[in-house]
Design a protein around this ligand. Structure first.
Ligand code: NAD
Length: 434
């Protein structure tokens, strides 16, 4: 079975390489010719653990994965075509921008020769896959294709494992022929007893947004509980632990912090409510989650600022971690970046360091001072802000760092240190919700 993946970003490249790992002939397409060149030269255009090895394996050894910038060239003989392009938030609106998805659908439409499936893997609002069907139907015979919604749940930082061992596979379609092909495609995972949820196209599209919004709700919820803990001397980590031991709640996504960021949750939460609003449905809980999360980085900045009597002008901060989470170099909607920028705008001096995201961060916020190590970043600073919980920051040589800091203050926005231990080491310590 030959597969084509249109959009070779985080989702497209990981999916393409994992499908090649299953043994399928796969072609990854991207309109960004530079990206295709980089990949053809054997280089991964972004950081994702394990991806470089898979790229080398399937472009050089098995040759199961090929790369092109031409959809027409890729489509010949394809049985399944995945759309994996971006669906960012529209400018000045909360809705998802579907122009990339529809553009790809138009291009696929003029290149279908034999029957194939056109599958939306991008996260798209309910109704989008039907619209793709309409676009295709305007150009080609309806017997030549079926449309399917197959949302992706991988997480950056553990994307390969998530793709190879997902909690479930969702297949939304209304043709049994399409469902059989999709089940065959995912047979390697079915053999590992991965549950497959076959449903309608609409349900499949909603499952993705509802899942992300629910996880976002857990984060926003515990962040607000953390504020309460902080004001009364409670400890949110104890609260979350005890809550999480209740099997109906579960421990995951109950880590208080600076708010959720990244390329998915913020945009998906917004798009979910925007879609519902257009249909006169009020997703008031998700609206509240969005509102709560948008305020969060500013609340953190005021907390930091308050410690300096609201005079951060001229103060120097080491911001450790710029990616939106560890093990990725993705800084899209990263709360670490929002906090660093906000402090900079208040005329603080920001010395930034991240193990992988320096280039992306520099492209977005060139005004920061970028350091090559934790030691360099923490030298002569008034405070350290641990913004992303990279493993590298979990065991800092604080005794050594302390010697070179102006003041011994740590804002641990990810609660990775023990408050008492740091106080014993003469640090002034501020965690979240404790
Ligand atoms: P990305 O920005 O990393 O990649 C998108 C790619 O599509 C880019 O390389 C871009 O050049 C390419 N592209 C755009 N228009 C094109 C066209 N006309 N032809 C060919 N290529 C084109 O995006 P991503 O993070 O991989 O996300 C893709 C989709 O998957 C989004 O809808 C996202 O919400 C969803 N998703 C993302 C993740 C994640 O962790 N990143 C997880 C699950 C789902």
């Amino acid at each position: 079975m030959k597969l084509v993946i249109v959009g070779t970003g985080y989702v497209g490249l990981v999916s393409g390489l994992c499908f090649a790992e299953f043994g399928y002939e796969t072609v990854c397409v991207d309109k960004d010719e530079k990206r295709i060149e980089t990949l053809k030269n054997g280089e991964c255009p972004f950081y994702e653990p394990g991806l470089q090895d898979l790229l080398t394996k399937h472009t050089k050894d098995t040759k199961l994965l090929s790369l092109t910038s031409s959809i027409g060239e890729a489509m010949s003989g394809a049985k399944v075509v995945f759309i994996t392009v971006g669906t960012p938030t529209k400018r000045l609106e909360d809705e998802a921008d579907l122009s990339y998805v529809y553009k790809v659908a138009e291009e696929i439409a003029v290149n279908i020769k034999d029957y194939c499936l056109v599958v939306t893997k991008s996260t798209v609002p309910v109704g989008t896959t039907r619209e793709i069907n309409t676009i295709l139907s305007a150009k080609i015979d309806k017997n030549k294709f079926d449309t399917v919604s197959n949302p992706e749940f991988l997480r950056e930082g553990s994307a390969i494992n998530d793709f190879m061992r997902p909690d479930r596979i969702v297949i939304g379609c209304d043709s049994s022929k399409a469902e059989i092909i999709m089940r065959e495609l995912y047979r390697p995972l079915y053999l590992l007893e991965t549950p497959i949820v076959a449903t309608t196209i609409e349900s499949a599209e909603i499952i993705k947004y509802a899942s992300n919004s629910f996880l976002a709700t857990k984060i926003a919820f515990i962040n607000e509980v953390a504020d309460l803990c902080e004001s009364v001397g409670g400890n949110v980590q104890d609260v979350a632990k005890a809550m999480g031991l209740d099997k109906r709640i579960g421990p995951k996504f109950l880590h208080a912090g600076p708010g959720f960021g990244g390329s998915c949750f913020p945009k998906d939460v917004k798009a979910f409510t925007a879609t519902a609003k257009k249909l006169n449905i009020n997703l008031s809980i998700i609206d509240a989650v969005n509102y709560s999360n948008q305020r969060r980085p500013e609340q953190i900045v005021s907390k930091i600022s308050k410690r300096f009597n609201d005079k951060v002008k001229g103060k120097t901060f080491a911001v450790l971690g710029l990616s939106f989470k560890p093990n990725t170099n993705d800084v899209r909607d990263s709360t670490s970046m929002i906090i660093a920028e906000s402090l900079y705008n208040k005329e603080a001096i920001i010395k930034a360091y991240d193990p992988q995201a320096m280039i992306n961060a520099k492209n977005k916020l060139p005004q920061l001072i970028f350091c090559t190590s934790v030691t360099e970043a923490c030298k002569d600073v008034d405070a350290i802000i641990i913004a992303t919980e990279w493993n590298e920051f979990r065991a800092l040589d604080l005794k050594e760092l302390k010697k070179h800091m102006k003041s011994k203050i740590i804002f641990d926005l990810r609660n990775i240190y023990n408050k008492d231990e740091l106080i014993n080491q003469q640090f002034e310590y501020y965690g979240i919700g404790k």
